[in-house]
Design a protein around this ligand. Sequence first.
Ligand code: DP6
Length: 331
Amino acid sequence: MDDIQSQFVEKILANTSAALKTTGEAFAPSNIALCKYWGKRDASLNLPINSSLSISLGKLGTRTSIRVSDVDRVVLNGAELDAESSFALRVQGFLNLFRPALGDPCFEVITENNIPTAAGLASSASGFAALVLALDQLAGWNLGRRELSMLARMGSGSASRSVFEGFVLWHAGCLTDGTDSYAHRLDYEWPEFRIGVLELTASAKPVGSRDGMNRTVETSALYESWPAQAGADLVAIRDSIASRDFRLLGKTAERNALSMHATMLSAWPPLLYLMPESIEQIHKVQRVRSNGLEIYLTIDAGPNIKLLFLADNEQDVCAAFPNLQVIRPFD
Ligand code: DP6
């Protein structure tokens, strides 16, 4: 933990008083960005270069409980993690931010993901969001969602969006102290909205999102055009949600994801997350769409493809893509 981080956490906790309970427990949904967060303007406070917009995945996510303990322990999906494993170290590092405010305790964290682990859906987003919500319960801080999203951001940027349901906008903000970079829920429901997960490969990605975005910002000539593109895409996607213009939403989300991959490809060494199966499915989506089925795709920093479509087309989409896992975010 550096001074900037501890000052930030102190600021967020300034008007709270801790009344430690025995345990805290919470659930947070996973989310998929329709307009991607790609690039940081400040690594220490985890501040993004561009604002992003996501959809939370309803009941799919992470449930976490936390209690004070003699030693730090992290149990993930029923198995205790080696204290030196990368996830346990990340959780410990995150908890270090809050120990001074709570009298320097150790914690036992028990966390369960109901996201199919191999589906390429981010579990760090729901993981850090659920951890912050559970910690707020344990400490009795009673923070508002905006503050909770800023604290979740310190664990993983995309986690700032996972403290909300539905469509969520994470403001990049412009202040150097990080206090205007938070997420909030957009006040729109779209019960017919569907996401289909095409699981193409379960193998771990060679370069994680964090390293991938840092490498892109540092070395990709195409990255220069990304902030303006993402800004315009975000406005179009927000408008398309307000007017329920699915075509505009799908087209913009697909172009946004592929533009992000273009910046990755022009990094050095190049970041090629797409596998031959991914390319095959991208072509298939384009073919199926040109035959009249309203279907679009998005892809994160990995090989798996997520399809975007509406309830009316669910049967046809499932017929065209067997083994599709369909998510109904507003159920
Ligand atoms: C491609 O939130 O995992 O999924 O803030 O470094 O933890 P850190 O990065 P992370 O990056 C997510 C990148 C993305 C796009 C998105 O979810 O917006």
